[in-house]
Design a protein around this ligand. Structure first.
Ligand code: BV8
Length: 236
């Protein structure tokens, strides 16, 4: 690890950072996509074909948010943001709220937020704690049957991409934490960072298919390797 402290960090997190908080990942053994076909529950076509199935899938995951807490990796990233002193952006693919609950502020949910509902009719977006169904009327336009989870499905454009690409173009350190690097455009962020001349670091339970694209990699449990890495950055 280069001894000079970076001046601008972009961190990308995936499901692996929430795994030790009890949130299922997608592509590990017994992961979410081993139990349900993503085309049926995480695409606009799936929602159009069977909205009840999609609502049931997200209602169950939204209910699961109640029993989970941020872990040491979430708290370490919030501490890094506060103590680091340079430019810091945390981009998460996750739709849980554990980063906010750990205190992270400069945060982009590029795949949306499970605790929010979006109206397909008027575009209203608001916090939604309970179940969603095809009978839930939109509180803004009162239309029925248009409310959906405010989550980016496959084939839909992730949120705040311009802001993310601008941060990647100006960063000198890009860190991917707990992501398999399978889903685009997030999986392409490392190439943007390399093109900007940034150092790149993979923090993950085990090597991913893209590990060799990173200048450094540390493998282990997020609750162990993320706090250790943050300490090293802050003492440099
Ligand atoms: C788009 C929200 C275009 C829903 C999700 C071919 C090439 C390039 C692209 C494509 C292609 N074919 C199709 C595409 C596009 C597609 C895509 O990339 N498909 C993949 C499968 C090839 N992408 C899209 O459709 C995106 N949109 O391209 O739009 C466009 C252009 C113009 C105009 C309009 C549209 C949208 C993608 C977003 C889809 N939504 N989620 C939901 O959550 O229900 S994706 C889903 O995957 C989740 O968001 C998840 O976060 C994301 C990535 O998964 P990971 O987070 O990485 O999770 P995973 O389980 O895979 O990995 C976990 C990792 O953690 C592992 O490495 C594991 O080792 C590690 N780990 C486990 N435990 C621990 C740990 N690490 C540390 N500690 C531990 N304890």
């Amino acid at each position: 690890m280069n001894k000079s402290r970076p001046s601008s960090i972009v961190v990308l997190t995936g499901a692996g950072i929430s795994a030790e908080s009890g949130v299922d990942t997608f592509r590990d053994k017994d992961g979410i996509w081993s139990k349900v076909d993503f085309r049926e529950v995480a695409t606009p076509e799936g929602f159009a074909a069977d909205p009840h199935k999609v609502h049931a899938f997200y209602n169950q995951r939204r209910a699961g948010l109640k029993g989970i807490e941020p872990n040491a990796a979430h708290f370490a990233l919030a501490r890094l943001e506060r103590a680091f002193g340079g430019a810091f952006l945390l981009v998460t693919q996750n739709i849980d709220h554990l980063h906010e609950r750990a205190g992270s502020q400069g945060l982009i949910h590029m795949h949306g937020e499970l605790a929010n509902a979006l109206c397909g009719n008027c575009g209203d977006r608001r916090q939604w704690e309970g179940d969603l169904s095809t009978d839930s009327p939109c509180p803004a336009c009162h239309a029925n049957g248009y409310l959906r989870p405010d989550v980016v499905w496959f084939g839909e454009m992730p949120y705040q991409m311009e802001r993310i690409y601008a941060a990647l173009a100006g960063c000198d350190l890009f860190v991917a934490i707990g992501t398999s690097g399978t889903v685009y455009p997030a999986a392409g962020f490392i190439e943007e960072a390399r093109a900007a001349g940034a150092r790149t670091l993979e923090l993950n339970l085990e090597p991913t298919e893209g590990t060799n694209r990173f200048s450094d990699a540390i493998h282990g449990k997020a609750t162990e390797i993320v706090p250790e890495w943050v300490e090293r950055v802050l003492v440099d």
